[in-house]
Design a protein around this ligand. Sequence first.
Ligand code: FRU
Length: 507
Amino acid sequence: MIDKFINMKKLTILAALLTTNFAHAQETPEKYRPQFHFSPKANWMNDPNGMVFHNGTYHLFYQYYPDAKVWGPMHWGHATSKDMLHWKEQTIALYPDSLGYIFSGSAVVDVNNTSGFGKDGKAPLVAIFTHHNPVIEKQKTGLHEYQSIAYSLDDGKSWTKYSGNPVLPNPGITDFRDPKVCWYEPQKKWVMTLATKDRITFYSSPDLKKWSKESEFGANAGAHGGVWECPDLFPLMHEGKQVWVLIVNINPGGPNKGSAGQYFLGDFDGKTFTANSSKTKWLDWGTDNYAAVTFSNTGNRRLLMGWMSNWQYANQVPTDPWRSANTISRELALTAVDKELYLTSVPARELDAIEEGGYSKQNMAAKAPVNLAPKSGNPSGLFRLDFETASVADFELVLSNKAGNELLIGYDQASNQYYIDRSKSGKTDFEAGFAQKHFAPRLSKNGKIDFTLVADVASVEVFADGGLTVMTDIFFPETPLSELSIKSVKGIQVKDLQYSTLKPSME
Ligand code: FRU
């Protein structure tokens, strides 16, 4: 009996030792820390919120749980940047209160002081967000989400919640959240685009306080594999004509499983959104760009940023002491393929400023693997690669390290698809579906491929054909993927290749 006890004890100690060693091996300080993508210093982050450009500064708020590395009672964290690359984490902007957790939403600069929150000629920043009430949620009445506002008169440093909250009570809809507000100049009113379960509901207001319902869109349009969340509505110009873009994030039901963003193009007259096509279109075909919405107040530029994770495994990714990062900022535009319009996203030009060194190559033939890493090496694994091909043919880029991890990114001509295969990219066993190959159709009809790849320590962002097909995937290699080669079964001619290493921009 005593022997048994001693043996049991020995076993327990051994197990504890093993766990400690394992934990130690896993927690090499900040091993997977993104170097030019925003991630919080510690603890949990999800959706970007309230992104707004104000007085020369980009503000990023985000769903944040400051007490643990998993999702919990939501706050709005806050970070600021001059270039969307060098981010400075600020103090928490909004804390949960008696009305509930602070869920996703947007922020606007109330230039005309329609809200009356402004003082001494200073325009207020107004945040419009969802209060999610966990107490009412338990009662299962479906009335636990409603919209509230808060304002700041010191450039987002401190916030005052409006005493008349909520400004938009719940009419009896279980999922009633993520308000994105914009100013609709032709009718001089605010328009709120709200995710309401399986559709979008538009509301309008003269002052951000009183809201009236305008219309609904989408119960029978687009993808419905999951609940509709985090929408966005904005105009873009195409060949001198204004086209309205409606982004709708959905979870699950993405094209490669889990969370993803779809979009609709059409008209908006201040009341109703009318789609001009019934085709389901995806903002990003990778698995790691969710809740992506655009910054407010950026003039003619439309800058999109998303949460670089997926609800399928966001709570399990092996990072420590934080969880999640955002995508780089992307500039949106429209392009037509056989008369069908699509959104394109390319890296915002600010990225150019962190390029350092590298090389370029013209007219290179690749069949057997050709090394593309710079001669001096690239130990950080941070780089940007741009190239064009002479024709449309298969190719595969192999990002790898000495530890034997590899990430494959390529184009398969037979199926006309781009892909990212992260099945052997390093640590993948924290969730059953993580180690997978993801596919995206090539939409372009051009006789050549142009390709941009942006790689950080734990993510790749692929922009093919001028950003017509985009893929974002995260991965967790044992050491940075410092090697890069290209190969092609059929053989491919690569023109105008440019490789640049990228400088870390995070402190
Ligand atoms: C999307 C989402 C939103 C919600 C927030 C809660 O990822 O589910 O709909 O407001 O996250 O953190």
